[in-house]
Unconditional design. Structure first.
Ligand code: V55
Ligand code: FE
Length: 491
């Protein structure tokens, strides 16, 4: 009998949901703009079974994929499991076989050497497939319409790394997918590999190199001419794993590095820049002006992950965990290892940065962010799964340093938004923003649609769900013309 522990990871809004669902024609308040046609996918960790070790962290839950299919002012909802190898093995066994987050030394011996991936971090379509991603494993291919799992893919044997990032980037100039794997020659190795694949699934580039120290390489930056890798002090080693600890801890004594790889170059052309200890994980966007390379990150002074504790035992400091969008600039033509600058772009604190992706890897003006407005506390003990109290959506304007915001009220929190371009419009930010909100009092979720240029006006439409959607990590939009037709899917 499944009995989940009475720990914060499994309580209240974070209780496992485990619901697969189909809802045809969601009830709508307001009006869904008729020109939105396509599918929004998102993925949340949602444990199938009680944890093997008594408790677990949010980052280790099994992936649950949701699809909001928009057509003609109507939205259909579908939710299915990412049936990873881990999920299927544990389903068969009837209990958890895999232990702590990215620590195979805590697993049942029967699953030694199996992929431990949960496919719980990001989901996007590429080349006609839906890819559910976890950075410790290969990409999991799923059907974009039925959400049926096909299985792990190595892109016809072209991707040799056993790991594939959860944050690939699509270069809007070429349509190519830029990606990487870390721990690419095995657990805890410093080996990395950078890939570019085209929409036909053909490998265009592959560059192998080493990072200065092993760490969580969660995201990266892609510009027209460079791939940019930030090495930040969320570290691990065999000692931690042998002690049965979660994979990562934060080390305040290490410098950070920025590795810049010319996209047409090879490993010898990488330059490594250095800066003092800090935290940054996600990347809003990156671009280059000649040899000057800019990467915009939500940067914090200290650790943002309370569940990856300090390796020297320092207590978690919520003040130091606040992140602010910051532009890091390095010059590939400079001498020495110093950054040229680190410039704060806004006084709005927050994480989960998004953009109008037609402007990815190019100079851009607008960014979207989940933010915390501490002057408007929740009336409930409503911590988000990340540990942050996310009550505000923000649209940042980098040209003016100003922000438009929308507050979700005293009993709701917000999940990562996604931008949807308005068909027929090419101006940056001309489109919609969608986001799931957590109705904490009612233990259910709503799905909101905003005019991305009028965020402060509030949602133009609210799709009601009588379901609770557990806190997601990331999601993406696929316009209808990039979805297979039902006829193609049936063949
Ligand atoms: C993140 C999320 C993960 C993970 C590593 O920063 C990094 C986010 C949901 O899993 O394994
Ligand atoms: Fe992420």
């Amino acid at each position: 009998m499944a009995k989940f522990p009475a720990t914060p990871s499994y309580q209240g809004f974070h209780a496992p949901s485990r619901v697969e669902a189909d809802i045809t024609d969601l009830e709508i308040e307001g009006e869904v703009p008729k020109d939105i046609n396509g599918a929004f996918y998102r993925v949340a960790p949602d444990p199938q079974l009680p944890p093997r070790l008594g408790d677990d962290i949010w980052f280790n839950g099994d992936g649950m994929i949701s699809m909001f299919r928009f057509e003609n002012g109507r939205i259909d909802f579908k939710q299915r499991r990412a049936r990873t190898d881990k999920f299927v093995l544990e389903e068969r066994a009837g209990h958890a076989l895999f232990g702590a987050y990215r620590n195979p030394l805590t697993d049942d011996p029967s699953v030694e050497g199996r992929y431990r991936g949960t496919a719980n971090t990001n989901v996007l379509t590429y080349g006609g497939q839906l890819l559910a991603l976890k950075e410790d494993s290969p990409a999991l291919a799923m059907d974009p319409l039925t959400l049926e799992t096909k299985g792990y893919t190595d892109f016809q044997g072209q991707v040799k790394s056993p790991t594939f990032t959860a944050h690939p980037k699509i270069d809007p100039r070429t349509g190519d997918m830029c990606a990487f794997g870390y721990a690419a020659k095995g657990l805890l190795t410093r080996d990395m590999v950078y890939y570019e694949l085209n929409e036909q699934g053909k490998l265009q580039r592959e560059v192998w190199f080493e990072v200065p120290y092993y760490c969580m390489m969660h995201d990266f930056g892609v510009t027209e001419d460079y791939a940019v890798f930030h090495v930040i002090p969320i570290v691990s080693n065999w000692e931690r794993l042998r002690a049965g600890l979660p994979h990562f801890g934060f080390d305040t004594t290490k410098e950070i590095y920025l590795g810049v790889l010319p996209r047409k170059g090879d490993a010898r052309d990488i330059r490594w820049f250095r800066a003092p200890n800090c935290f940054a994980s996600h990347v809003m966007n990156a671009f280059n002006e000649g040899t000057k390379v800019h990467i915009d990150v939500p940067m914090a002074k200290g650790n943002m992950f309370p569940f990856f504790s300090d390796v020297h035992g320092e207590p978690f400091d919520p003040q130091k965990s606040l992140s602010y969008m910051t532009r890091w600039t390095v010059d590939m033509d400079s001498r020495g290892e110093a950054f040229e600058s680190m410039t704060r772009l806004t006084e709005v604190s927050g994480e989960f940065p998004r953009i109008d992706e037609r402007y990815a890897s190019a100079p851009y003006r607008y960014g979207f962010l989940l933010s915390q407005d501490f002057s408007r506390p929740l009336q409930l003990p409503g911590r988000s799964a990340s540990g942050m109290m996310i009550n505000t959506l923000a649209r940042l304007d980098h040209a003016t340093g100003t922000a438009q915001t929308w507050w979700s009220g005293t009993t709701s929190t917000i999940q990562e938004p996604c931008f949807i371009a308005k068909p027929g419009r090419s101006g940056e930010g001309e489109g919609y923003l969608v986001a799931v909100v957590n109705r904490l009092l009612e233990s259910r979720s709503d799905f909101l649609i905003f005019d991305a240029e009028r965020l402060a006006d509030g949602p133009v439409a609210t799709a009601k769900l009588e379901l609770r959607l557990r806190g997601a990590l990331h999601g993406n939009w696929t316009p209808a013309h990039q979805l297979p037709t039902a006829a193609q899917a049936a063949s």
